[in-house]
Design a protein around this ligand. Structure first.
Ligand code: SME
Length: 152
């Protein structure tokens, strides 16, 4: 079991290495999905610069999803973008406003990424198990997203 400290160090060195933003974001998806057993889909949704209040799918690791564009307010991702806050859904069947990516998904966490005070994107993680996310984990993912804001 790799520790959170090691994963954080790997993420920081990915952020600081040479390469473009999307290569780095994909590298972070790989670190998270390999490092934490219950992370079954890890990806980024980014603000579409051409469209106001719409998210577009960025780099990800996991099954392909139909949800390539998500308006603010729609699904867990759209609600997190609109509310500018972390959404932790321990059981997706409890949600009416939810966009299913795969029948295997049981839970989801979405963490906004800010740049200069404005939302620039989000980290979206799906799990195949119910109720896996701890409070410490969501605080850590918020810290990871604040590190990521450097490359947004
Ligand atoms: N479940 C998300 C949609 C994105 S997929 O999980 C990759 C939502 O409800 O917004």
């Amino acid at each position: 079991m790799i520790t959170i400290r090691v994963l954080t160090e790997e993420i920081i060195s990915t952020i600081n290495r040479e390469g473009d933003r999307d290569e780095k974001l994909l590298g972070i998806c790989e670190i998270l999905s390999k490092g934490i057993d219950h992370y079954d889909w890890v990806g980024f949704y980014l603000l579409d610069p051409g469209k106001e209040r719409e998210l577009v799918l960025g780099p990800y690791v996991g099954e392909p999803t139909d949800h390539v564009r998500i308006p603010f307010g729609k699904g867990i991702c759209g609600q997190a973008a609109e509310g500018e806050k972390t959404f932790v859904i321990q059981d997706v069947t409890s949600q009416d406003n939810y966009l299913s990516c795969s029948v295997n998904v049981r839970s989801e966490i979405v963490v906004p990424i800010f740049k200069d005070g404005d939302i620039a994107g989000e980290l979206d993680i799906d799990s195949h198990i119910k109720g896996p996310f701890t409070k410490d984990e969501s605080i850590w993912l918020e810290k990871v997203c604040s590190l990521i804001s450097k490359i947004m």
